[in-house]
Design a protein around this ligand. Structure first.
Ligand SMILES: [Mg+2]
Length: 365
């Protein structure tokens, strides 16, 4: 096949709305549904690329509706272009409109799906990855009443998930009580990771993290407002618990800043923040050089995007944590193919060419 001959002939944008089994609550608000956008890129060679994003209004300033509108601008400049020249396509999308990383990530994902299908390999191989580790997801406890959180955590442990993620950030002293209640229920052995989603201020963060020291916490995501990242080094110095940057770590510029400041021990990479795989790979290489460990995380994507994240997770030994549980919170699974979740959160990445997952017709409008 001649590389020059492949062209984008059409791009379709669809909304995908799926109710969650139960509401998902973090310090920034409660979600009842996943409201995502699916991007389908068609080519003259019969290869079709699938992409998905889950715009998170309070984190990336996009909704499914804005993503559908901005997606039309991106569609206009990509039509007729070569889908295999991904760097060039990403530059063109950035030239058309600043930010809007969520919808850009769905386009980027579909381009990588095409490129890896065209190369005849699964996406993880196209990205230089290997199946040299076991991928498993944590499962997340919504923030709320301490006793209910403890009951939810016990169910997660009994299902066999190897890690429990706990949403906090509703007030330092009540958050300590929440973790205490959970540890009383699940014991001290199973790893717990926590996420304050920017809910504390600096002094509260330091005091809370110190108070949580006895509870065997793996790491803490985004303790304070993303705008106050200059205060992260001080928190990191005083915290007995490793600090992971999430909302303050969207793209390669943020990684550079955080490394220079020595602001965090780990970073959380999400394609919906980075604008897709192309920039996420840059972030991964920067973190490798600075010896910073990585979690690959998600918003409320279905198994389509989650499969892409799992492929990406295989492309660096520095990626050691996986937060891929939201697809398990869907009341219906709209995806055919893709990753398979074991009951205990273990994930099998598909060997089909490309991402290896698609949305079932009828779920998208
Ligand atoms: Mg987070």
């Amino acid at each position: 096949m001649n590389i020059d001959s492949i062209k984008i002939t059409d791009i379709q944008l669809h909304k995908l709305k799926i109710p969650l089994i139960e509401p998902f609550t973090i310090s920034l608000g409660t979600m009842y549904d996943a409201e995502n956008v699916i991007v389908i890129i068609l080519t003259n060679e019969g290869i079709t690329g699938w992409g998905e994003c889950s715009p998170f209004m309070s984190i990336n300033g996009e909704s499914a509706d804005t993503a559908l509108v901005v997606g039309q601008y991106l569609k206009k400049i990509l039509l007729g272009e070569n889908p295999l020249e991904i760097e060039q396509r990403v530059k063109e999308m950035d030239a058309v409109i600043y930010a809007n990383n969520s919808i850009k990530s769905a386009f980027d994902m579909a381009l990588y799906d095409i490129a890896s299908q065209h190369a005849g390999v699964p996406l993880y191989q196209y990205l230089g990855g290997k199946k040299n580790k076991t991928i498993f997801t944590d499962y997340t406890v919504s923030v709320g009443d301490a006793a209910k959180m403890a009951d939810d955590a016990l169910i997660i442990k009994e299902k066999g998930f190897p890690v429990i993620k706990v949403k906090l950030g509703k007030g330092g002293s009540s958050d300590v009580e929440r973790v205490k209640a959970i540890r009383n229920k699940v014991g001290l052995e199973i790893p717990i990771r926590i996420d304050a989603n920017q809910g504390w201020d600096k002094d509260e963060a330091i005091a809370t993290l110190k108070a949580l020291q006895p509870y065997n916490i793996q790491h803490c995501e985004e303790p304070i407002s993303r705008h106050d990242f200059m205060q992260l080094p001080e928190i990191k110095q005083h915290s007995p618990i490793p600090i992971m940057s999430d909302e303050s770590c969207c793209d390669p510029h943020d990684v550079k800043r955080l490394i220079n400041l020595e602001a965090c021990d780990l970073i959380n990479i999400k394609l919906g923040k980075s604008g897709g795989i192309f920039k996420a790979l840059k972030m991964i290489r920067m973190a490798e050089e600075a010896n910073i460990k990585i979690q690959i995380g998600a918003f409320l994507e279905s198994r389509l995007a989650m499969t892409t994240f799992a492929h990406l997770a295989l492309c660096s030994d520095n990626i050691i944590h996986y937060d891929f549980d939201t697809a398990l919170m869907f009341s219906k699974d709209p995806v055919i193919g893709g990753i398979v979740y074991e009951e205990n959160g273990m994930i099998e990445v598909p060997e089909e060419k490309g991402i290896g997952a698609q949305i079932i017709a009828g779920f998208i409008s």
